[in-house]
Design a binder for this molecule. Structure first.
Ligand code: NAD
Length: 488
């Protein structure tokens, strides 16, 4: 059994039965049996079901937002924004799946056609994270279903009730129960999904778990997509409006209590404005309203996982011991639940875990840099590569810096931002593969090459020489004989 806790009180709120090896075996068999009929149904019927899902989501938004706030600790306004934001992603997939996976004629000549057809992978597994459970699952489950796959969906053990709601709404929308099957449990249950008939695993979570998932999937040669953590930098140059930049950086670091994959995790400020920027950043962060996630005015709620409190405390203590200056916050709050005070540590440097390891909480370090070159060197000093942000007046200056960073997303005067129209991906330890954009639709299909030759005696009337060529498959055979196309 899985115990679900309310992070705002630390008290249990529900118990859910978990899956085991036997139940997963049954689910895999059911999904594999149901998938071909779902694929044959056609894109239009599948899209109609997804459109009904979007309508249900809109109708039930408030109930679902309250559940999300209670289960994950997300402030209610941010919970509503996440569920409303899912509509934009579904809208993108509905508008672009057909053209993205439409069959392509890439060559025609001499009685030969070459076509690319996109086929679903078959059964896929989505192993999900808790920090944006609606966004993360939508990025995978919706395009996977539209493309004709069956999905085994394991929500994070910290967002199970939300995950079960998502599956229920899909079923109410007309997606067959066997085509989207929720799986309940923690890591050991997720590990049971990494075998045939699963043909692809789409994972979102930490780097450490991502490596385990890739290793377990390797013997089966399934498609592996990993959306992992980051240590995303933001550089504030010497020519920006400091009040504005400080507010934007505070929001980028503290939204969702800093538990965003693309949260600002480290800040570099040009020496010319450093002290003034730190002052404004600390004021903006200290002014955030911490409180119960169900209160309308709350801007920062509790952490979703109790264990993260110790990690943040350890990062703060180490940073202070190594010369960091506490500008605000710095400790767990004395109230029920898993609250950590929004924290700014100035004079940070790369000898601190605060600046090198993911914090995933409302804690941010700021380091002064002498110039753009030093900022660049610091930003590059990481094994992660999810996003990077430069705040400055001149676009050319920002683009020059961003071009030299290895990240999946580059931000000029914005941060902590995801768009359904753009590919979402990480470099190096931040992952492999892409969600969102057209690339995030193609992730759920296999391109298949079709070589289609009209019977040659009908086209050219020279049966003898071409018969061998028609049957042949090798390059040499293809170019043999008088009836083969010169450019074939
Ligand atoms: P996590 O790695 O602890 O867990 C992720 C999922 O993996 C959970 O569902 C968990 O049950 C499952 N799991 C754990 N061990 C497993 C195993 N051995 N085999 C299969 N499944 C296993 O991560 P989390 O705490 O849920 O999420 C936080 C992390 O996710 C952060 O690092 C964050 O940056 C990252 N994240 C990245 C993105 C992105 O788009 N790049 C988005 C959201 C979160």
């Amino acid at each position: 059994m899985l115990q679900v806790y309310d992070p705002a009180s630390g008290q249990p709120i529900a118990t859910v039965r978990t899956d085991d090896a036997a139940s997963i075996e049954r689910k895999l068999v059911r999904a594999a049996a149901a998938q071909p009929a779902w694929a044959r149904l056609g894109l239009q019927a599948r899209a109609e079901a997804i459109a009904r899902f979007a309508a249900l989501l809109e109708a039930e938004q408030e109930r679902l937002a309250i559940l999300l706030a209670r289960e994950v600790g997300k402030p209610i306004a941010q919970a509503r924004a996440e569920i409303a934001g899912v509509q934009g992603r579904i809208g993108f997939f509905l508008a672009h799946t057909e053209e993205t996976i439409a069959e392509q004629l890439v060559y025609r000549g001499g009685g030969l056609e070459e076509r690319i057809r996109y086929e679903p992978l078959g059964v896929i597994a989505h192993i999900s994270a808790w920090n944006y459970p609606w966004f993360v699952a939508t990025n995978v489950v919706v395009p996977a279903l539209l493309c004709g796959n069956a999905v085994l969906y394991k929500p994070s053990e910290h967002a199970t009730l939300t995950g079960l709601e998502l599956a229920r709404l899909l079923h109410r929308s007309g997606v067959p129960a066997e085509v989207c099957i929720p799986v309940v449990g923690a890591g050991e249950v997720g590990a049971l999904l990494l075998r045939p008939p699963v043909r692809g695993v789409f994972f979102t979570g930490s780097h450490a778990t991502g490596v385990k998932v890739a290793a377990a999937a390797a013997p089966h040669l399934m498609r592996v997509q990993l959306e992992l953590g980051g240590k995303d930098p933001l550089y504030v140059t010497d020519d920006v409006d400091l009040e504005w930049a400080a507010r934007a950086a505070a929001e980028g670091a503290m939204y969702n209590a800093g538990q965003s994959c693309c949260a600002v995790e480290r800040i570099y400020a040009h020496a010319a404005i450093y002290e003034r920027f730190v002052e404004r950043l600390a004021a903006a962060v200290a002014g955030l309203r911490v409180g119960d996630p169900l209160e309308e005015t709350t801007e920062v709620g509790p952490l979703c996982r109790q264990a993260q409190l110790q990690l943040l405390q350890a990062q703060v203590e180490e940073a202070l011991a190594r010369g960091g200056r506490l500008a605000c916050g710095g400790r767990r709050l004395e109230r029920p639940g898993w609250y950590f005070a929004p924290t700014v540590i100035a004079d940070a440097h790369h000898g601190m875990e605060l600046m090198t390891e993911e914090s995933f909480g409302p804690v941010i370090g700021v380091q002064p840099v002498a110039d753009d070159e030093e900022a660049l060197a610091r930003m590059r000093d990481t094994r992660y590569g999810l996003t990077a942000s430069v705040f400055c007046a001149e676009r050319a200056r920002a683009e020059r810096l961003l071009a030299q960073l290895e990240t999946g997303s580059a931000y000029w005067n914005c941060c902590d931002r995801v768009s359904p129209r753009l590919p979402w991906s990480g470099r190096r330890h931040s992952g492999v593969g892409v969600t969102l954009s057209r690339h995030g639709i193609l992730a759920f299909v296999e391109p298949r090459g079709w070589h289609l030759r009209e019977p040659s005696w009908r086209v050219h009337g020279c049966a003898g020489a071409q018969a061998a060529s028609d049957a042949g498959s090798g390059q040499e055979r293809r170019n043999e004989g008088p009836c083969s196309p010169a450019s074939g």
